[in-house]
Each structure stands twice: as C-alpha cells, then as structure tokens.
Design a protein around this ligand. Structure first.
Ligand SMILES: CC(C)(COP(=O)(O)OP(=O)(O)OC[C@H]1O[C@@H](n2cnc3c(N)ncnc32)[C@H](O)[C@@H]1OP(=O)(O)O)[C@@H](O)C(=O)NCCC(=O)NCCS
Length: 190
C-alpha cells in the first residue's frame, strides 16, 4: 500500500508571466467565484498532487488501487507529455488564485466499424475534498464539452470505478449514462 498522503490543500499559485491561456468564465458558488482555464506547464505541481490524490482515494479499487511507488514522478512526466499533445487539453478550476480542481479531455477514435468515428474522452476529474458539492466539476465539464463541440465531436465518454458511488452519482447528475461494464480477471500461476 502507498504511504498515506498528507491532506491535500489548495496550493497557492505563483504569478505567471506570459500565461498562454486566460481565465475563461466565472461560476458563482456558495464559497465564491470559481474560474476555469486551460492548464499550462506551470500547473504541473498542482496537477501532479491532484492526480496522486485521485489515485490514492481509489485505494480499494481493482484497477486504480495498485499505484506505483514513483507515482508522482511518473505523473509529472505524463502531464508534461499530455500538455504538449494537440489532441487533448486539461482544464483547471481556481478559486481565489488557488487550484481547486482539474479535468482532462481528449479526442479519441472509435472502432472503424461504428459511429461516431470520434468522441471526447474525459479523465483525471478531481476536486479538492473541501471544495466538493459546490459545482466545480460542473463548470469544468461545461468547458470540456465546449472544447468537444468546437472540434465537431458529438459524444463524450468516461470511465468510473465500480466502487466510486460519489463519482457515479455526480456523472449521472451531469447527464452521463452507464453504457458498458469493464470486467477483469487476475491470472495466477503458470
Ligand atoms: C466526483 C467529483 C469530481 C465531483 O466534483 P464536485 O465539484 O463535487 O461536483 P459538483 O459539485 O459539480 O456536482 C455536480 C453534480 O453531481 C452531484 N454530486 C456531486 N458529488 C456527489 C455525490 N458524492 N453524491 C451525489 N451527488 C453528487 C451534485 O449534486 C451535482 O448535481 P446537480 O447539478 O444536480 O446539483 C469529486 O467528488 C471528486 O473529486 N471526487 C474524488 C475523485 C473522483 O472520484 N473523481 C472522479 C473519477 S471518475
């Protein structure tokens, strides 16, 4: 099992000169305004913390419950690669200058036998525990859906761990219906 992680708090953001992506739109919540913008390489520290926290909150999961020891180092390299990839984007939500959530979206190809040929795929959805149930995921999703529409995509998919009831309810509330189940079997012995 991975070492228990210190409570994740919203990291204060340093001012960044020449940021490529501006603030997009504010959503008013009980805790104040949340703004969403595209992530840049300057967000990698916050993204790595949220990615590691997301995986560690899935401790009992058959798929996500086996993190590698060097999870953070791998997450850092992965985010750097993903932020440079033109087929995907990562959105970050901020409140009072602190990062409070993130959501990644990418363009994926379907089976050549099926329609639609391409769809949007959401992943890395994470909101700090103290910021949940305030509409942060909702506004991140709005931006990700706009990103998909701007690319002509007509469908959006994602995976949710079978044990993650909270996330399942959140996605259901946001209009995402269950379409298939992933089954797995661990092979032991020769
Ligand atoms: C799942 C998660 C991203 C939701 O973020 P959030 O900012 O709290 O979600 P929102 O406040 O935008 O809620 C969106 C909708 O889902 C509902 N919802 C959110 N969490 C819920 C929960 N635990 N139980 C029931 N409904 C929930 C909200 O009521 C809202 O519905 P409404 O629009 O009808 O009011 C957040 O709980 C989280 O980060 N969890 C840990 C990581 C995780 O599980 N990520 C998802 C991986 S698939």
């Amino acid at each position: 099992m991975p070492a228990p992680e210190a409570p994740l708090s919203a990291a204060p953001r340093r001012p960044i000169a020449g940021r490529k992506s501006g603030v997009m739109r504010a959503a008013h919540t009980a805790n104040g305004d949340v703004t969403v913008r595209l992530a840049t390489v300057d967000d990698i520290d916050a993204l790595v913390r949220m990615r590691a926290a997301l995986i560690r909150e899935h401790a009992g999961s058959a798929i996500y419950g086996r993190p590698r020891q060097d999870l953070e180092a791998r997450a850092r390299a992965l985010f750097a690669e993903q932020l440079a990839d033109g087929q995907q984007s990562c959105f970050v939500a901020e409140r009072g200058g602190a990062t409070v959530g993130c959501l990644r979206v990418r363009e994926s190809r379907s089976s050549p036998l099926l329609l639609p040929s391409r769809y949007g795929y959401l992943s890395s959805a994470y909101v700090l525990p103290e910021e949940r149930r305030e509409g942060v995921l909702s506004i991140l999703v709005e931006h990700a859906l706009a990103w998909c529409r701007s690319r002509g995509l007509v469908e959006v998919r994602l995976h949710v761990d079978a044990m993650n009831d909270g996330a399942a309810k959140a996605w259901e509330a946001l209009g995402f219906r269950v379409a298939e189940h992933l089954r797995h079997r661990v092979l032991t012995g020769g």
